[in-house]
Structure formats: C-alpha cells, structure tokens
Ligand binder design. Structure first.
Ligand code: DOR
Ligand code: ZN
Length: 337
C-alpha cells in the first residue's frame, strides 16, 4: 500500500552553515516543502543583512529542490518595531533562547521580566510575528522544562495576541499548558516521541541521542504521543534535527543534538501506522503548522512511501544520523513537486 504525505513541514530545523549546511540542507529540502530555520549560528542571525545572506546560502545548498526556508531571527529585547517592520516580509518567526541554555545561545535572554521584554514582544504582537521559545530554566536537568511552564504562562497572559510556540516539548506539564492558553502552541520532535532517558543513559551512554531538552520519563513520552498521534491542532512536527560532526558527539563533552532529518518521514509513518492513526499524520506534519503560522506559503510536494526496508546510512558526510546502520520499515519511493 502506498502512503502519501502532502507538503510536509519541519517547523524546527538546524541547518548550520558552510560545509555542514551543504551536507544537511539537501536532506531536508528533498523531502520537505519547507522548514523553520533556527538562527543559532556563530554569531547568531540578528540583522536583516545576516538573515538575507543566510537565506541565500540555504537556497544555494538546496540546489534545485522546491523548498522554502522560513527564516528566524535570534531574539533580542532591543528589536524595535521599525526594525521588525523593515524585515517582516523576510521573517517568519523570532527564536528566544534563555542565555547559555544550549548550543550557541550565550547571547540569549538573561532573566524574564515583562518590562524588559515588552517593547519587542508588543511589536511582534502588533506585526503578527510568532515567538518560538526554548523553554528551559537552568535548574536540575530533568526539571528544567516543567519549571519553565510558569514563564510560558507569564508570557501567554501578558501578551495575549502573541503567538507563542513552545519548542520541542518533552514533558506532560508542557502538554497540559497547551490547553490553558489560547495563544500557546508546541512543536514535538521525532526523537522525543520515540525515546526516554533510559535510551540515552540507561545502558551504555548513547551520545547520538543526547539532546536539549534531554529525553524524559515514559509518562512524558506517552503524553507527547497522545497529542501528536491524535493530530491535536495546537501541535506541529518540528524535528530539531541538529547535526554535529561525529568527533563532537563521540567526545568527552558531547554536543547536544540528534540528527533525524533524513529518517523523519519514514519513522513518523511507521509510528502513525503502528498506532492506527495514519489519518492524523498530515495534520501533525503539515496542516496544523499551516493553520498556526498564518504567515507562510507552502510549496506543493507529495511524498510517496511504501513498506519497504530502508537501511539508514552510517553517516551523512561527518554526521551520524539516528538509527545509523539500522533498517527502517518504510522507504520514500517517490517525490512529486
Ligand atoms: O539538542 C539540541 N541541539 N537542542 C537545542 O536546543 C539546540 C540544538 C543544536 O543547535 O545543536
Ligand atoms: Zn533546536
């Protein structure tokens, strides 16, 4: 039986730059219609010139693929309404990182006060620019996301017209927050639907599954699966596919990030098939995102998959993907665009 996915979207993707960009960009642009591109380069994307130049480099790396990079800026509380207005047509969202919480986030927000954030967040509300948030405190690693829920609530209630996306949620507490505020939405990764902390550190340490936020408990994964598999309208697929070279992962001081871009649609298909929810897959990977992000246009692309073994390569360039060397049940057999 052929399975079809129309216009798949990855609403949280790291493409990096230079050689890494050239390795990983085609792996997303081939199979996705578009993706929200994270701005945590060194230095982070924070001016119009940097954003346009990065978008150009992405287009070049994607060669002739029909693919739209939805560009983001790295949040700064000093962005003015005039500046945002001047860049609005090129910009899909702004990504807020707490300072130092993950890869290349040192220039992020230090302390969350409404007064300090208000000028930029009010301008974003007025201009309908969504805010994407990496929601972790610097508390105990397993509690960081749950502790951040009160900050999400502060943001959602003080800026009710702002679209706020809780990125890569990993806990039942974040799932519960979704239904409390009209303007809160979420992305969920592939890996957080599949693994728990046991898979990362329960046996031999698995550096290729180490990411931020760290994978949590079985009951958290269950809560994530429930909303993803039911096609909950406030939840979108965002892979957080985050490539690092093999030497940076298999190292003392392992970099955080799981590289899933080339396997995402095959594994999502298997997960939704196994749970008899295939009719909800397109909501999760496309329709919900189009309803939430009202400012995107989505190029046509149709992905055909079949139940046919796909052997995951050991490496793409210098990057080891999730399930390297293993055989997946579903393969992409045709792409129309
Ligand atoms: O695991 C992660 N890797 N989490 C993030 O938030 C950032 C990402 C990266 O850029 O490597
Ligand atoms: Zn990310």
């Amino acid at each position: 039986m052929a399975i079809i996915i129309n216009a798949p979207l990855d609403m949280h993707l790291h493409l990096r730059d230079t050689e890494m960009l050239n390795i990983v960009a085609p792996l997303s642009s081939h199979t996705f219609s578009g993706a929200i591109i994270m701005p945590n380069l060194v230095p982070p994307v924070s001016t119009k010139e940097e954003l346009l130049a990065y978008k150009n480099r992405i287009h070049q790396a994607c060669r002739s693929d029909i693919f739209t990079p939805y560009m983001t800026l790295f949040f700064k509380p000093t962005y003015t309404k005039d500046f945002l207005e001047s860049i609005k047509d090129e910009l899909t969202a702004i990504k807020l990182y707490p300072a130092g919480i993950t890869t290349n986030s040192e220039g992020g927000v230090d302390g969350f006060s409404v007064e300090e954030l208000a000028p930029t967040l009010n301008a974003m509300s007025e201009l309908d620019i969504p805010l994407c948030v990496h929601g972790e405190t610097n508390g105990f690693v397993m509690d960081r996301e749950a502790e951040f829920v009160s900050i999400y609530e502060m943001l959602a209630s003080n800026f009710p017209k702002l679209t706020i996306i809780m990125e890569h949620i990993t806990t039942k507490e974040s799932v519960e927050a979704l239904d409390k505020f009209e303007n809160l939405y979420a992305t969920i990764t592939l890996h957080h639907l599949l693994i728990t902390l046991d898979d990362v550190a329960g046996g031999m340490l698995q550096p290729h599954l180490f990411c931020k936020p760290i994978a949590k408990r079985p009951e958290d994964r269950e809560a994530l699966r429930k909303v993803a598999l039911s096609g909950h309208p406030k939840v979108m697929f965002g892979s957080d596919s985050a490539p690092h070279p093999q030497h940076a992962k298999e190292a003392c001081g392992c970099a955080a990030g799981v590289f899933t871009a080339p396997i995402a649609l095959q594994v999502l298909t298997e997960l939704f098939m196994e749970n008899s929810t295939l009719d909800k897959l397109e909501d999760f990977v496309s329709n919900n995102a189009q309803n939430i992000y009202k400012n995107i246009t989505v190029p046509k692309k149709t992905i055909h998959l079949e139940k046919k073994p796909f052997i995951v390569p050991d490496k793409y360039g210098t990057v080891v993907p999730m399930y390297a060397g293993e055989t997946l049940a579903y393969s992409i057999t045709n792409i129309e665009s």
